[in-house]
Design a protein around this ligand. Structure first.
Ligand SMILES: *Cc1c(COP(=O)(O)O)cnc(C)c1O
Length: 458
């Protein structure tokens, strides 16, 4: 860590991977300039829009985020799993710059353009399963999940939607209803949408009879409840994240997802994988479903798909997506040409830089060190995740009682030392790590050392 650079200097022409890949603290975190802007934020923006770490960003790239005071922080968040290929990634910048000078919008539903079609062709080819597929594009993950439910209801003529404990699917009326957690996502925002049913999740660490029974028992309970309470013939869709994101990086016990997919298939239920957080090389596969060979009927993507530009997609079986009448799907901005060019650049980058393998390497660096920390520190109850989607769950030592206070304390200590980390979990007791795949091993190790220091200081 160097401290010689003047805090008020503006040393970078632009961001991206050419930014010095180093942690550098030249003021306290947040520094005076960020504090000044945060005061303006507090006066201009409602508190409902929260802030994890109030440093105001001027540049970002590789594994670092640079703030207005000249501090360079290590990035273990990627926004929230968005800048998987890195911030201002060169191919993204180049394609978007070219596109922005050609045209910025026509509305794909008015006069179309090739990049939208090319993104859909690529999604149809790259998503699990070699059946005939279709894709359409939207702006956000919530919009993708909501549209997947629209398609499933329309195609099946059924209404019920099955979701799971700890699930997160967005903030619109329908997706907020699909989401499990009251605070902060649902509290006093009701009434919620009808025909949404929640089932137990195969959460190995917290399964009452132990992780070894978790997959089978959770699947049996969910299927029994669907049969008895809803009736399989009334269910349009089962919507599930193959690894839960906001819910605390819960990796379902192996066998749970295949059992649900098999049940959906046998009963004409559309199996929807919400891969908004897990998709696009994040977990060591292009899609997390591939880990257990799941072929979803519909797959929703967003976050990591376009290197930070707002884009989301619904990809699914041709016969499902083709069932909807002309004009029944869409939106003004869905598949904006800049976002489509960015998505094409993201796919090129994943391939050219071997980012699927890179995610596995991130796991290979992080998991052993975190497991070693769990041996030393009793507050770590569980270490889990895949690829560059890794978390620790914090508990009162000697129990499994969630400890949100200690989780917040560790996050604050990491932030103060220049490491961007996020919390998650139904009980607010999970620290989650989502580094950009462009991060160096050295920064990854340094970030883990900061975490280790924060744990030691408790
Ligand atoms: C973030 C997220 C969403 C919502 O995406 P937005 O772009 O914020 O609307 C939906 N599902 C999952 C799994 C997510 O992580």
């Amino acid at each position: 860590m160097s401290t010689e650079r003047d805090a008020h200097e503006q040393p970078f022409a632009h961001g991206g991977p050419s930014l010095p890949q180093e942690r550098r603290l030249v003021t306290e975190i947040p520094g005076p300039r960020s504090r000044e802007m945060f005061a303006r934020k507090q006066a201009a923006v409602p508190p409902g829009i929260g802030t994890t770490l109030p440093v105001f960003v001027t540049h970002a790239g590789g594994g670092v985020v640079v703030d207005a005071d000249g501090n360079s922080l290590i990035d273990f968040g990627s926004g929230i799993a968005v800048t998987t290929v890195g911030n201002a990634a060169p191919r993204v910048v180049e394609r978007v710059q070219r596109q922005v000078a050609d045209f910025t919008h026509t509305c794909f539903m008015v006069t179309p353009y090739e990049a939208y079609v090319e993104v859909c062709e690529k999604l149809n080819r790259l998503t699990p399963g070699d059946h005939e597929k279709r894709s359409f594009l939207l702006n956000s993950g919530a919009e993708a999940v909501e549209n997947a439910v629209k398609v499933a209801r329309h195609a099946t003529g059924r209404q019920a939607v099955v979701v799971f404990d700890h699930g997160y699917h967005g903030r619109t009326l329908l997706t907020m209803t699909l989401t499990a957690k009251n605070m902060p996502y649902k509290h006093r925002f009701g009434p919620y949408a009808p025909e949404v049913y929640r089932m137990p999740m195969a959460y190995p660490y917290r399964w009452p009879t132990g992780p070894e029974n978790c997959a089978e028992e959770a699947a049996a309970q969910a299927i029994d409840a669907i049969d008895k309470q809803i009736g399989a013939a009334n269910v349009a869709a089962i919507v599930i994240e193959p690894i839960q994101g906001e819910g605390g990086f819960v990796v379902p016990a192996r066998g749970f997802l295949p059992r649900l997919a098999e049940y959906a298939k046998a009963n004409g239920i559309v199996f929807v994988a919400d891969e908004v957080q897990t998709g696009f090389a994040r977990t060591g596969h292009l899609f997390a479903c591939e880990d257990e060979g799941i072929v979803p009927d519909i797959i929703c993507t967003a976050k990591g798909i376009a290197g930070g530009l707002p884009l989301a997609a619904v990809t699914g079986r041709a016969e499902l997506l083709d069932a909807v009448h002309v004009g029944g799907l869409g939106g003004t901005y869905g598949g904006n040409p800049l976002a489509c060019e960015a998505a094409l650049a993201v796919l090129e980058t994943i391939e050219a830089e071997g980012l699927v393998e890179r995610a596995r390497r991130v796991e290979a660096v992080m998991l052993p060190r975190l497991r070693a920390l769990a041996e030393r520190f009793d507050v770590i109850g569980d270490v889990r995740g895949r690829g560059a989607m890794i978390a620790i769950e914090l508990v009162v030592p000697g129990s499994k009682q969630p400890d949100a206070a200690v989780t917040g304390e560790i996050a604050r200590r990491c932030h103060a030392e220049g490491l961007v980390v996020l919390t998650a979990g139904t009980y607010g007791n999970v620290l989650r790590f989502l580094p950009p795949l462009a991060i160096s091993d050295a920064l990854l190790e340094e970030g883990l050392s900061i975490l280790e220091k924060a744990l030691s200081a408790l």
